[in-house]
Design a protein around this ligand. Structure first.
Ligand code: ADP
Ligand code: MG
Length: 451
């Protein structure tokens, strides 16, 4: 007779044969469900566990069951969601650090945002450890994982790193990375369009039918009630199916304005971890990593200068090094703290005193993209011209502090909404495209050097 005993006896064998951490990760929370057509039916807590035991341990499991039963038996695993009701106690498997970026379908992940390239320091140790832990046992520990910090401190980076690692370990699973803004826009679109039912249904399917959902910048939710409602149900669907959810925000759940209580309690149900501002050591290490990746030798005093000067935000820190490198190259200077100071002269306080003039921004953007200025003002719609024009808009607004109508006027009489759209487009692309960041810094370097 196939019974609970059979599975318990098989577990006894597996506990001896499977490495301790793996047993804890994949077998400890399994449960006998019943027997069907001469097969043992065993519940596992997550889709990840199901995938793993089927792929990696199929033979071992079958042998263990047959040994317990004393004859040929099959086994079927089913996912019965929800986290285990006891806290994990065993040591996790060794972290897999050799993550290579995987091209997971549907996941738009930046290849640069991997664990390998994430520098660990006191300020981000907890968030980093939690992210790794989620990769080892998705769907079981810390579900959801909620990461928060100020801007430019590595939330998106960690989120993508989780995506890469999980995609590599479970290539068949469905994962989805989505900026919350996209989630909200998709939803509003699905609700507004005429064939309501159909689009709404497709929207739901595309988000709920997911094993790992990575939602970036959930503070965006406070904009609409409908999106909170939708995320709540998405959340429950994934959770109940044993999937994993990771969220980021610029503030903790308790401080997200107008967040429904039920959603807040969901957000807080797993682990809430913050990333703090980086200390000097971490800032130096980030710059050294960036220099190494770019294969440039940057003198220690330049690293020190930049690390001291830009302290609150790692994105700006990286931008400062990029700009310094370009500035030195444009002006044929050696890499020295003085060159760095000149390159950064438009940053921070100085920028508030003397914002760059729109005329100069237009010229620098045209020059960098190797286009005539007239094309930026004119009507051309090819990708390069549009990018150059939008970069100019973005810089006029952010660095030049011009108003939208004024920028529109300078750029050949465009509507303010076109300018707004252009700026938003650049902001979105900046989150994913390193090439664009370099373009932006190059234009800024030109502005700083007056070339
Ligand atoms: P956030 O999402 O918190 O605004 P990001 O994840 O976009 O920040 O990080 C901003 C930039 O800083 C990215 O280019 C990222 O690679 C880099 N970065 C942040 N933290 C680290 C870190 N600990 N090590 C290496 N790079 C980092
Ligand atoms: Mg981010």
């Amino acid at each position: 007779m196939l019974s609970r005993r059979t599975w318990e006896a098989a577990l006894g064998t597996l506990q001896v044969e499977v490495p301790k951490a793996d047993f804890a990760a994949w077998f400890r929370d399994t449960r006998f469900v019943g027997a069907q057509d001469g097969e043992l039916v065993v519940a596992v807590p997550t889709v990840f566990a199901k995938e793993t035991v089927e792929r990696k341990y199929h033979q071992l499991v079958t042998r263990a069951i047959e040994k317990a039963h004393g004859g040929t038996v099959g086994v079927t695993f089913v996912v019965q969601g929800g986290p285990p009701d006891h806290a994990p106690t065993l040591t996790p498997a060794a972290p897999k650090l050799e993550t290579r970026p995987a091209a997971a379908p549907g996941a738009r992940l930046s290849p640069r945002y991997t664990f390998q390239r994430f520098v660990i320091g006191a300020s981000n140790r907890l968030a980093h450890a939690a992210a790794l832990r989620v990769c080892e046992r998705p769907g079981t520990v810390y579900n959801p994982l909620f990461l928060y910090s100020g801007v430019g401190l590595g939330k998106t980076h960690l989120l993508h790193a989780i995506g890469h690692t999980v995609a590599e370990q479970w290539p068949d699973l469905h994962l989805r990375y989505v900026p919350c803004e996209t989630f909200v826009n998709d939803l509003l679109y699905a609700i507004r369009t005429e064939d309501r039912g159909e689009r709404r249904r497709r929207f739901r399917e595309s988000y709920r039918n997911v094993d790992l959902l990575l939602v970036d910048d959930v503070e965006f939710l406070s904009r609409t009630e409908a999106s909170q409602e939708e995320l709540f149900h998405t959340f429950n669907a994934i959770y109940q199916a044993g999937g994993q959810i990771v969220l980021t925000s610029d503030r903790p759940p308790s401080e997200i304005a107008r967040l429904e209580a039920r959603l807040r309690s969901r957000f807080e149900a797993g682990l809430v971890a913050d990333i703090q501002t980086p200390d000097l050591d971490l800032r130096r290490a980030v710059l050294e990593g960036q220099a190494a990746a770019a294969e440039v030798r940057v003198p220690a005093d330049v690293i020190d200068y930049l690390a001291e000067r830009v302290s609150r935000n790692i994105r700006e820190l990286e931008g400062a090094l990029t700009r310094t490198l370009i500035y030195a190259e444009l002006n044929n200077l050696e890499l020295t703290p003085t060159a760095a100071a000149q390159a950064l002269s438009g940053l921070g306080r100085a920028a508030a005193d003397r914002p760059p003039k729109p005329r100069n921004i237009l010229a620098a953007a045209a020059q960098h993209f190797e286009l005539p200025q007239d094309d930026l003002i004119g009507k051309r719609r090819d990708a390069r011209t549009v990018a150059a024009r939008q970069v100019a808009m973005y810089l006029m607004r952010n660095d030049g502090r011009e108003t939208l109508p004024e920028i529109g006027r300078i750029l050949g009489g465009r509507d303010h909404s076109t300018v707004l759209h252009g700026c938003a487009k650049i902001e979105r692309r900046l989150r994913l495209e390193d090439g664009l960041k370099a373009d932006l810094e190059a234009v800024r370097a030109r502005l700083a050097s007056g070339k």
